[in-house]
Design a binder for this molecule. Structure first.
Ligand code: SAM
Length: 210
């Protein structure tokens, strides 16, 4: 299987053109996220993709560092910031685990549609915990598949993904269910303060550093 940066670099143009799958769910979680942010906040978004969320939240906070492992995603995001005249978002090419990522500390770390793409989730969550100020919030959306009793389309997905990976059409996917993920978040030193599934299989979790 190709590495993550290569996979997402190849996917970037198509990803930029794809519509949001569920606009209402996206708008709802964006509004929920805003309730945890304040005007002067210093925010980090990891796995920011083409930057849409960071750019929409730019007016709500002090500044945002938005990072992604794919330089092609970051080029598209940087162009969007320039054309929208947004100056308080800095886009950087970096993996979540990179030492080059500014280590904050941050008032909030956002990871939307990223955690299920990582092979060492406990290490990633510990890393995010370390980047936050005390009492800071970690806000994430993660694709979680039910362990059993899953609707047929999700069970099919689990069977198809390895085949798609084999032909380079899917990235690495860490299949977790919501209880596994939430237990890992708690073990990393967070108190979960809000959860929801908007829409299945995407789990929205807000967790405060303790
Ligand atoms: C499914 S996309 C989500 C993009 C955006 N957050 C969104 O919700 O539309 C996943 C993104 O995570 C990035 N990514 C994958 N592995 C990463 C890692 N280890 N560190 C940082 N970014 C990563 C990919 O390059 C891709 O842009």
């Amino acid at each position: 299987m190709q590495d993550s940066a290569t996979f997402w670099d190849k996917a970037a143009d198509k990803y930029a053109k794809s519509p949001i799958a569920d606009e209402a769910a996206y708008a709802y979680t964006l509004e929920r996220t805003r309730t945890y942010l304040s005007a002067g906040d210093n925010i980090l978004e990891v796995g920011c993709g083409t930057g849409s969320t960071a750019l929409l939240l730019a007016g709500d906070v002090g500044r945002i560092t938005a990072s992604d492992i794919s330089s092609n995603m970051i080029s598209i995001a940087t162009e969007k910031a320039k054309s929208e005249g947004i100056q308080n978002v800095t886009f950087v090419t970096a993996a979540l685990s990179d030492d080059t990522l500014d280590n904050g500390p941050y008032d909030a770390v956002l990871a939307h549609n990223l955690i299920h793409l990582l092979d060492d989730v406990p290490a990633a969550l510990r890393g995010i915990h370390g980047l936050l100020k005390s009492d800071g919030v970690f806000i994430s959306k993660t694709v979680c598949l039910p362990k059993s009793g899953a609707p047929f389309k999700f069970r099919l997905l689990k069977a198809i993904v390895p085949l798609m990976q084999w032909v380079g059409k899917a990235p690495y996917v860490n299949f977790m269910d919501t209880s596994e993920l939430e237990s890992l978040v708690t073990k990393a030193g967070f108190k979960i303060v809000e959860t929801g599934t908007y829409p299945p299989p995407s789990r929205y979790i807000v967790a405060r550093k303790i």
